[in-house]
Design a protein around this ligand. Structure first.
Ligand SMILES: [Zn+2]
Length: 267
């Protein structure tokens, strides 16, 4: 792996040094953006890496994500989760979702989390019951009073490593390839197991995302033609005579991804 795109609007501070891998006291003092810390860590490990950095929400520069072979979502809300999954479905990108929460149950705290894989055409987060209208509405109603979500580094580490294992299984010969993965984590018992909800998921297909709703809904053919260098007449842009230029600028899944998809024996 050499190409990365990182998106996060937040900066390091003292409160997250205990869980932000790679961050230092100096980063907290100077409020270094979290993506700059990740960028630094990646290039220190591999100077040849090519990293696109978005110091904002991913939606601000989503074009940088279109050619990703896989996207990991480690977002704070169900609404963000749904938007990112919707984007991935449009551009046929496998999406690996990581979520974690610390909840109070009677007089103790419980660490719960999940790692789920949403593969284009296969069951989505709604099919798996991770997202539904009730959850989205409750979240919208509580928005603003929810406050910062508590996080703990050991649970984050287990969930992140599990997410990486799904990526490795998808793109290498390591382990079985599965279209549908939904693992639940119980941080109090240090237990990661397949979610019981999977028994109720229809495995054949997803009814929430139409197979035909692909590509950029705001795709602007005029600007694409302009960027391809096609010459207009009297300020009106005519279609390019060289259509390979046009096709080269159209949003498509990366060749590496398409190659892997063809080789993927699905269970
Ligand atoms: Zn679905």
């Amino acid at each position: 792996m050499q190409h990365y795109a990182l998106a996060d609007p937040q900066s390091a501070d003292n409160s997250n040094l205990n869980r932000l891998v790679g961050a230092t006291l100096a980063d907290a003092a100077s409020e270094t953006p979290k993506v700059a810390i990740a960028h630094r860590l990646i290039t220190q490990l591999n100077p040849q890496s090519c990293v696109d950095v978005i110091r904002d929400r991913w939606q601000a520069e989503s074009a940088k994500l279109i050619h990703c072979s896989v996207i990991f979502g480690c977002v704070d809300s169900f609404s963000e989760r749904e938007q990112l999954e919707r984007f991935c479905r449009r551009f046929l990108i496998p999406y690996i979702d990581v979520g974690m929460d610390v909840i109070q149950y009677e007089d103790e705290f419980r660490i719960v989390g999940q790692v789920a894989q949403s593969f284009p055409g296969a069951p989505c987060l709604r099919c798996m019951g991770i997202i539904n209208e009730h959850i989205l509405k409750r979240e919208a109603d509580n928005y603003g009073s929810a406050g910062p979500q508590p996080q703990v580094v050991w649970a984050n580490g287990v969930l992140a490593s599990t997410a990486v294992s799904l990526f490795v299984r998808l793109f290498t010969d390591w382990g079985p390839k599965q279209e549908l993965v939904y693992l639940e984590y119980n941080g109090n018992d240090s237990c990661m197991a397949e979610s019981p909800r999977l028994r109720h998921v229809r495995k054949e297909s997803c009814s929430h995302y139409e197979q035909g709703s692909l590509g950029d809904p705001l795709f602007d053919i005029a600007s694409t033609i302009r960027e391809s260098g096609a010459k207009g007449v009297d300020g009106v842009f005519s279609p390019p005579t060289n259509w390979s230029d046009y096709v080269a600028h159209a949003p498509v899944a990366s060749p590496e991804f398409m190659e892997n998809v063809e080789d993927l024996p699905m269970q």
